[in-house]
Design a protein around this ligand. Structure first.
Ligand code: FMN
Length: 464
């Protein structure tokens, strides 16, 4: 299991890290070079971002195998999404509590007052219509003011000036709830963001976990050892002792800022979030700044997968509760399919009216994060001979078993998640239901051709 520095060293040793030592300009040049390198699935290290005091690293986790390497997966079998999901579930079942230590490398240098200057960090401006430079590779740390529980997540953070940022929180995030809860107390809200954290903590931060679950414990479970924490300089927040850089601030909840960044599904995402005043920056000696190329790009999308495991699980549970007759359920989330889920349900069909009734019932289901209809774009019902987890099979069923127009349902005016950027007035959007089952009268006609006995054949009995 690696920490941030040992993982970068591993990439260097494997010859997977490109070094850029020529001067690179940060608003018009840096993101372009980062994204070009990243497309080759290599990691990068920029030692000379103009005007910055720190080097920039990134492209670290731009394919799933890198997460495996960071978590100590030795192979020879490839590290898959399923294995990743399994490890996260195991960590949730066996969290390892963090350990607070008196001090740590992240506090080797402490910058306060007028010396604070976010311009010292090599923060790229990514897309032409972004509101400015965004920190993308940090985890944000806050406390629930009522329970006192710490919460960690990955949040895009806009730099406003030398000592102000805007840390964004979607309506689904616990951070949004913490903003609201602190606003209700009327007290100033402390916040910290940490860059260059252990891989297990970045993963746990990206996971959608229940509100009362602390990501530090899950990170410890993933790492197989406690995450070491130190107390912030200005608050009782606890931050990773071995992080590269920590930015400590106070949220000014009365002041909200609109801001825009190109998002994971290849659209701009306007957000509104409170202003944060940065009071202190601490950093290691020779600290590195970590940046994830925003938008629909490999590292962001690979890490985004982690964020959706929990959401997928929650939608699947909501559907199973509402549709007890479902034989199997698949929840697909991929940037190429937009920001919402595509759900497929397999049934042992009893009547031709049943699939439509199931689609209506599934869209009406509650779900524990959101109502299912808010986060699900399309629900497909298939016969039980179709593997719902195989996208080709589901496509095959849609285009081979549905000939009646009534099998394609278009449901207008549904309230959608704010991340569906194409939604209309009042965040209303369309939902699609597809009955891809065989009509009962057609079952004989549409029977799938099978080769009798093929499934019992052991191929090694035949090949010399
Ligand atoms: C690179 C990256 C950027 C993200 N940006 C945001 C963001 O700006 N706002 C947000 O709410 N979630 C964002 N997410 C997703 C959250 O990190 C994720 O949903 C996490 O579970 C939120 O944690 P929380 O619910 O404990 O607050 C981002 C994820 C990644 C990987």
């Amino acid at each position: 299991m690696h920490d941030f520095r040992s993982f970068i060293q591993l990439l260097k040793d494997r010859g997977e890290l490109d070094h850029v030592s020529r001067p690179v300009e940060r608003t018009r040049e840096l993101a372009g070079v980062m994204s070009k390198i990243e497309r080759t699935r290599r990691a990068f290290y920029f030692s000379n971002v103009e005007g910055a005091r720190f080097p920039l690293v990134g492209g670290l986790y731009n394919h799933i195998e890198r997460f495996g390497a960071a978590l100590g997966h030795a192979g020879p079998e490839p590290f898959t999404n399923e294995e990743f999901d399994r490890r996260i579930e195991a960590a949730k079942a066996n969290p390892v509590a963090p350990k607070t230590v008196p001090t740590g490398p992240v506090q080797e240098n402490i910058i306060t007052g007028d010396a604070v200057n976010l311009g010292d960090l090599p923060v790229p401006t990514f897309f032409e219509r972004d509101s400015g430079p965004f920190i993308t590779g940090a985890v944000g740390i806050t406390r629930d003011p009522v329970s006192g529980e710490l919460n960690i997540g990955v949040y895009r953070t806009l730099i406003i000036d030398r000592n102000h940022v805007v840390i964004n929180a979607s309506s689904m995030s616990d951070l949004r709830q913490n903003y609201n809860a602190w606003e209700a107390t009327g007290k100033p809200m402390p916040i910290a963001i940490a860059l260059g954290v252990p891989p297990a903590l970045l993963i746990a931060g990206a996971c959608k976990l229940a509100r009362n679950v602390c990501e530090y414990g899950i990170a410890g479970g993933l790492a197989g050892q406690p995450i070491e924490l130190v107390r912030c300089q200005d608050s009782d927040l606890l931050v990773p002792a071995g992080a590269e850089i920590v930015i400590e601030g106070t949220v000014e909840l009365s002041e909200r800022v609109n801001n825009t960044l190109g998002e994971f599904a290849d659209q701009y995402g306007p957000e509104t979030a409170p202003l944060t005043r940065v009071d202190t920056i601490t950093h290691r000696n020779d600290a590195m700044f970590y940046s994830i190329v925003a938008g629909r790009n490999p590292e962001h999308n690979t890490l985004g997968h982690v964020a959706v495991f929990g959401i997928q699980r929650s939608i699947a549970a909501g559907i199973r509760a509402a549709i007890p007759e479902a034989m199997d359920v698949d929840v697909l989330f991929e940037p190429v399919m937009g920001t919402l889920a595509h759900v497929t349900i397999a049934i042992d069909k009893q009547s031709d009216a049943q699939p439509k009734e199931i689609i209506e019932r599934a869209f009406a289901a509650r779900g524990d994060i959101f109502p299912i209809s808010r986060i699900t774009k399309r629900i497909i019902v298939v016969d039980n001979d179709v593997d719902v987890h195989n996208r080709d099979e589901v496509q095959w069923a849609i285009w081979n078993r549905a000939a009646d127009a009534a099998k394609f349902m278009v449901i207008p005016g549904v309230e959608s998640w704010e991340l569906e950027r194409a939604a209309k007035e009042g965040q209303r959007s369309v939902r699609i239901g597809i009955d891809a089952t065989m009509d009962l009268a057609d079952v004989e006609k549409l029977m799938r051709p099978i080769i009798p006995g093929a499934d019992k054949i052991n191929i090694s009995d035949y090949i010399d």
